[in-house]
Design a protein around this ligand. Sequence first.
Ligand SMILES: [Zn+2]
Length: 268
Amino acid sequence: MDEFSGTGYGIARIRAPESDNNYNYIVWCTETSECAVIDPFDPIPILSVIRDKGLSVKYIINTHCHPDHIKGNDPILKVTMSEILVHTLGRDMVSPRSRALNGGDTIEVGKLSLKAIHTPGHCPEHTILVMGENVFSGDTLYLAGTGNLKNRGDADELFKTMENTIRTLPDGLRIFPGHDYSEPNLRFALDLEPGNKEAKKKLDGIRKIEKKGKEPAPTTIGEEKKYNPFLRYDSPEITKELRKRNPALGDSKASYFVELRKLRDEWK
Ligand SMILES: [Zn+2]
């Protein structure tokens, strides 16, 4: 477990045991000790942090309803007074002890405010949460990557989300993603852009950290723009490479993005 803090809040980041490198989050108001749990997988480490810190769970927030992001909902509901917040489109996939969330809604946790932004693409209900200088990005944005489209995904929708929402977020926002796929994501980034020094530097850093058994530090939107191919789909380096691999490729940002997502799916 890693802890992060800022004025009035704390964030616990837990790598869920025996998961697909899932990150679970607890965010709490330091003044009232009220907290929200984001995307619970394994309830045990989450409840242990909650007990140790004397927190009370107001909400369980699901960025989306893939099984590995809602698995811990019911065990936490059972032992707390909380309720689930999930996008309207995901409501029927969680317990009825839930409330619908829509883009633009503000979630109050103690004195904290989390703003919900609808980011469809990885799946229709996907929603990210911005709290001050932090964003809980679920499976819409990872370190050097984005979520796949295997379970209700849509490449054109994901492109629109990247273009109109993610790329417009402030560069300084600190990213708390739903999974850690940093190493393979950066290898894919370098496969496309072998000359990208920022990607190389980041990959070297990640490998050192992994060797020590530690977690990567959260990155920012500004950092991701330097090496994340899914935010760089219209950069000259990437478009040149995409065209080399597929001379019949269309000439729009959307077609570059869709091609990138396809290459990532086929990439080993
Ligand atoms: Zn997912």
